[in-house]
Design a protein around this ligand. Structure first.
Ligand SMILES: Cc1ncc(COP(=O)(O)O)c(C=O)c1O
Length: 321
């Protein structure tokens, strides 16, 4: 399989943004908004091993799901098309109202077929995915089921490899790393990689959709499975650090996040989305506490567009998990 993501992504200095945020130390930005495939952001790193695994298992359908505003469903639809697989998406809630969220519009443009759970709770997707998988198998198809957000050990392997990449770029510098954490696959890969490399970094997840203790347990479990797959040292609970960055709730913009996003746009040309990256950048000053920081930009471009159009939260509010 050809590579999906164009790696390494740039690691850039953002001195004006650091000043505007009131950081005493320097600020680096890892540009995973520029992973170079579709509008996938961080999801390109996760989809690459997932698609490889799907093709190895001779699947012919990529089956996954999420909310109608999910960046992952959009990226999964693009990735499936790229790999020559059909894509079936199970979406929380009733059929989307007009105007359709840009992520859903993009997923449709890439040819995804949609199924709706009728229930806005995103947990309804988790219950429906195995049912749809069984239906597809009964119809003679070979589905490859990916959990919401690509948060499986195979998906998280993409971010295990990203640690080697960033350590090379850092060339001995040791900033505090802050990254948005939703389903947890991104953070799990980073934690597994950091442990495997001898814990050179402090990696902090900004939890945007779940209480921190809930995400910590998921991330530790995933990180341990990544370590087992790679036959590397297992992370412990102390390796998983999270701060609560939810603000008013998942998918609802926060005042701090909106301010951070406006500052990033105007001082560094960085486009942040209100659901993930804006909330993660907003916690950087408190987490870094005067030390050099690295903000891991995970993408979310179409969610940013939805936010500018006022179409973001309305599509996904009421979907607590
Ligand atoms: C823009 C963006 N950043 C961060 C994340 C969080 O990644 P993860 O679900 O792996 O925790 C997501 C997940 O959808 C995302 O879309």
């Amino acid at each position: 399989m050809n590579r999906l993501a164009l790696l390494p992504t740039p690691l850039t200095e953002a001195p004006r943004l650091a000043g505007a945020l009131g950081l005493a130390g320097s600020l680096l930005v890892k540009r995973d908004d520029l992973t170079g495939f579709a509008v996938a952001g961080n999801k390109a790193r996760q989809l690459e091993p997932l698609l490889e695994d799907a093709l190895r298992r001779q699947a012919d359908v990529l089956l996954t799901g999420g909310s109608t505003g999910s960046n992952f469903i959009q990226a999964a639809a693009a990735g499936a098309a790229w790999a020559g697989l059909q894509c079936v998406l199970v979406l929380a809630g009733p059929p989307a109202a007009q105007p359709v969220h840009p992520n859903l519009a993009a997923a449709l443009a890439w040819g995804a077929q949609l199924r709706y759970t009728g229930d806005l709770d995103r947990a309804s997707v988790d219950d429906t995915l195995p049912v749809v998988a069984a239906e597809l198998a009964a119809a003679g198809r070979r589905p490859y089921l990916v959990p919401r957000g690509g948060a499986s050990p195979v998906g998280a392997m993409g971010y295990r490899a990203a640690v080697d990449e960033v350590l090379t770029q850092l060339a001995g510098r040791r900033p505090v790393v802050v990254v948005a954490a939703g389903a947890g696959g991104t953070l799990a890969g980073l934690v597994a990689g950091n442990v495997a490399c001898g814990r050179p970094l402090r990696v902090v997840g900004a939890s945007v959709s779940r209480p921190t203790d809930e995400v910590a347990a998921r991330v530790l479990d995933l990180a341990r499975q990544v370590a087992a797959l790679r036959e590397e040292p297992a992370p412990t609970a102390q390796d998983v650090e999270l701060v609560d960055a939810r603000g008013p709730g998942h998918a609802l913009p926060s005042t701090d996040g909106e301010a951070a996003a406006a500052t990033a746009l105007r001082t560094a040309g960085l486009v942040l989305d209100p659901v993930y990256t804006a909330k993660a950048l907003a916690v950087v000053p408190a987490v870094a506490a005067g030390r050099p920081a690295l903000f891991w930009h995970t993408g979310g471009l179409l969610d940013a567009v939805a936010g500018w159009l006022g179409a973001g939260a309305a599509q996904t509010a009421g979907a607590p998990r």
